[in-house]
Design a protein around this ligand. Structure first.
Ligand code: PEP
Ligand code: MG
Length: 760
């Protein structure tokens, strides 16, 4: 039997609020009762509710203790006065002498001059500030920690009730000029990171709503539920800690242990229990404690501290999942069918935490087009709109949503005629799909007889059926780290072997090019923690980790060798900057090959070891690397990021430079020419390969193999079939001579394609 000590006065206050929630009163009457109950239970002279109006000002909507005539008259601009300050900072303000605070703004109509002390807490819901809840007292005193705590809990409940009321009540019960939950049709411009049109229902990555789950019926049972969920959470963290990863290095063990420390942190658990003792449900308690962390997370500047708080946020999410009945280590987040996921930003591992089959699109307030999360969306054919600023303030779970990737716009709660014309366009798009389907079995041969091999960028087994569905010639890039990212624990060698064997099998004889683990940068394992670095993209990542700590890569190479017994094995090493790095990596492979031979294992029937060319330094060593590598695959995402010195994950700069800049095309041409001179096969597997216009330019520069996301195959094949590559080459090449300051050849190539009838 769990120990249970009700926390006064919150507990009795919540009881009274609960009774209030069941009343059928109109909104204003409910707010009036609310402040009366708060003032009574907390023994304060004033309790007031200020709610946000359109435009950000705050209006006094109910008060006990201030002059009633000020209700719906007193307004404060955002940041004005103490109330505005609480809303602006989203933090509690506890003052013994309110008048002494520099932000104090006197509103005579309220008659508040006789009250010395002030406690204001933000009314928060899903990261939005809906208003401010205030208590005041005549005597000059600081409110106690418990009082602050209590008021914050009440504010959270108030937020839920107010929004639910508004949704359920219709116009009659709405407070004039105040809209708490968004309800009008809205549209937001963003950037299309993964193409497509789609319609579905909004699902918020961080769900604000706890409707119906706020105040516990039976606090004893509630604490038992919380304890049970915490025990299961700890078990799941223990599984992570005892996973194979922990034995790899001391550093990773320490990271896992740090994570475990949080799960066992007495303070965190105590805060949760206190919240339950105050009468909240277990879910509301998690939300309540998490809200505090979130406020701190937003403010923290120190990256180490931010990472720590991020861990706590992650633990809270896991705990909520446990409370919803999930078992340790099991299962994906289920959104319901046709969900459009909304988030501020998402890492690749967070996206892969969802059951992707139920998602029909993703909308982010931030994000960047060449992040790995965007790459996964393109690989899955999942429309993704990024940088839709402000969208999270206007969307609620369950809203009808349209993503228009052509106009880079998301429509929330669309008007009927908008939805109708959208549905018509969806129909037309379906027709285009049929055209791509019809050309599926045609080889991609240009008008001047160049045979272009179109391959797929893959990373998960679900990608593999796309090979035959879209008529791709093989997998030009298999991002092996994705298996590691979707896993709760580090995949053991047997799991890796089975996975690679499956991938090879499902390719049905087409070549599969495995890229060895490319971790670091934005690719972070859920069970591991990035080493804090100033510039992760330029830091200890990828082949650098593999060469410094060869254990993990040797296991991977061993798994690849055993998965491809009797098959064709193609491996490439990522992020190589110097030829000797490639030689060292190849030595590791040869050691594994020697071992397999010595042990009498069946070997692959053919082995090719290639290199990804992703750094300018290696570009200028193409002749040299071609002497050692069996093939070269240009990783244009990274190559362009380093070439233009523009972080691919930084929304401000990631698309500042066009890969069709003459300087970029020159380096790409230089690489292709050098490789051809050395008779080394060269391909390109960055995102630009999947865009028809860029693909035409690459073909004209001499690239015969392009590897891309699945959505690119149809459009790029249609373009290649209509292209005279020699003619385009004659247009582009003279323009690469740097004689003019043009920053892109895009317009020239578009004009060419339009004149030639090439669909781009
Ligand atoms: C690239 O850098 O172009 C590439 C294909 O690899 P990734 O996007 O996985 O870094
Ligand atoms: Mg790369």
């Amino acid at each position: 039997m769990p120990e249970y000590t009700p926390l006064e006065p919150t507990f009795t206050l919540l009881r009274s609020i609960r009774a209030l929630m069941q009343s059928e009163e109109a909104v204003q009457a409910r707010l009036d009762q609310f402040v009366e109950v708060i003032a009574g239970h907390m023994s304060v002279d004033v309790a007031s509710i200020y709610l946000q109006r359109g435009g950000g000002s705050l209006e006094l909507c109910a008060t006990e203790g201030l002059d009633q005539s000020a209700v719906h008259k007193t307004r404060l601009e955002s940041g004005e006065g103490l109330v505005g300050q609480v809303a602006y900072t989203a933090r509690a303000l506890n003052l013994a002498e309110a008048k002494d605070h520099p932000m104090f703004a006197y509103k005579p109509e309220t008659g508040e001059d006789k009250f010395a002390s002030f406690l204001g807490v933000p009314i928060l819901r899903g990261g939005r500030t809906l208003g401010v809840l205030v208590t005041q007292s005549i005597d000059a005193r600081n409110f106690t920690e418990i009082e602050v705590e209590t008021l914050q809990t009440v504010a959270m409940i108030l937020a839920e009730i107010a929004v639910e009321d508004e949704r359920a009540g219709g116009d009659k019960t709405r407070l004039q000029g105040i809209t708490l939950a968004p309800n009008k049709p809205e549209n937001f411009k963003g950037k299309t990171f993964s193409k497509g049109l789609t319609r579905g229902y909004a699902y918020l990555h961080v769900a604000p709503t706890l409707a119906g789950k706020l105040i516990a019926d039976d606090p004893v049972a509630e604490e038992a539920r919380l304890n049970d969920a915490i025990a299961r959470l700890r078990a799941s963290v223990d599984i992570m800690v005892s996973g194979e990863a922990a034995s790899l290095s001391r550093a990773s063990k320490e990271i896992f242990e740090a994570y475990r420390l949080f799960a066992y942190d007495r303070k965190w658990v105590e805060r949760l229990r206190e919240a339950v003792h105050s009468g909240l449900t277990a879910e509301a308690s998690v939300e309540r404690v998490r809200n505090e962390h979130r406020a701190r997370l937003m403010k923290a500047r120190d990256p180490y501290l931010r990472a720590r708080l991020h861990d706590l946020e992650d633990l809270a999410n896991r705990l909520l999942r446990m409370l919803a009945g999930e078992m340790p280590g099991g299962g994906k987040r289920n959104t319901g069918e046709n969900a459009i996921l909304f988030a501020r930003d998402l890492g690749p591992a967070e996206l892969l935490d969802y059951n992707l089959k139920s998602l029909s699109g993703v909308v982010l307030e931030e994000g960047s087009p060449s992040s790995h999360m965007a790459i996964i969306c393109r690989a899955m054919g999942l429309p993704l709109l990024g940088r839709a600023e402000g969208v999270l303030d206007q969307v609620e779970t369950g809203d009808d949503v349209l993503i228009d990737g052509e106009q880079s716009t998301v429509f929330i709660r669309p008007l009927e005629n908008q939805a109708d014309s959208f549905d018509m366009r969806l129909g037309v798009l379906g027709e285009m799909e049929k055209v791509y389907e019809a050309q599926r079995d045609l080889p991609a041969i240009t008008k001047d007889d160049r045979h272009i091999s179109l391959q797929l960028n893959a990373g998960l087994l679900v990608d593999m059926p796309q090979l035959s569905r879209f008529g791709a010639d093989g997998v030009g890039l298999f991002r092996t780290e994705f298996q590691f990212m979707v896993s709760e624990v580090m995949p053991k060698m047997q799991a890796q072997t089975d996975f690679y064997r499956n991938a090879i099998k499902s390719a049905g004889g087409r070549p599969v090019t495995f890229r060895t683990l490319d971790l670091g940068g934005d690719k972070i394992l859920p069970y591991s923690e990035p080493v804090p670095e100033e510039n992760p993209a330029l830091g200890w990542r990828s082949i650098r980790i593999a060469l410094d700590r060869p254990g993990l890569m040797r296991y991977q190479l061993r798994a690849l060798l055993s998965a491809s017994a009797g098959e064709h094995l193609r491996i490439m090493f990522p992020m190589v900057a110097t030829v000797d790095e490639f030689i060292a990596a190849k030595d590791l492979f040869n050691r594994e090959l020697g071992r397999a031979r010595k042990l009498g294992y069946q070997l692959p029937r053919k082995i090719e070891i290639g290199v990804m060319l992703e750094t300018p330094a290696l570009a200028w060593s193409t002749d040299a690397i071609c002497k050692y590598a069996d093939f070269v695959s240009v990783g244009a995402n990274d190559l362009m990021q380093f070439f233009f010195a523009a972080d691919r994950d930084n929304a401000r700069v990631s698309d500042r430079y066009d890969p069709l800049h003459p300087a970029a095309l020159s380096i790409l041409k230089f690489i292709a020419d050098s490789a051809h001179r050395n008779n080394t096969p060269v391909s390109l597997c960055g995102e630009m390969a999947g865009r028809p216009l860029e693909a035409c330019a690459l073909i004209a520069l001499g690239y015969d193999t392009l590897s891309m996301s699945v959505t690119g195959i149809g459009p790029v094949k249609a373009a290649a079939l209509a292209l005279d590559a020699g003619k385009l080459k004659a247009v582009i090449e003279p323009l690469l001579k740097f004689e003019s300051p043009v920053s892109s050849l895009r317009d020239v190539i578009v004009e060419f394609c339009e004149a030639e009838g090439v669909p781009v």
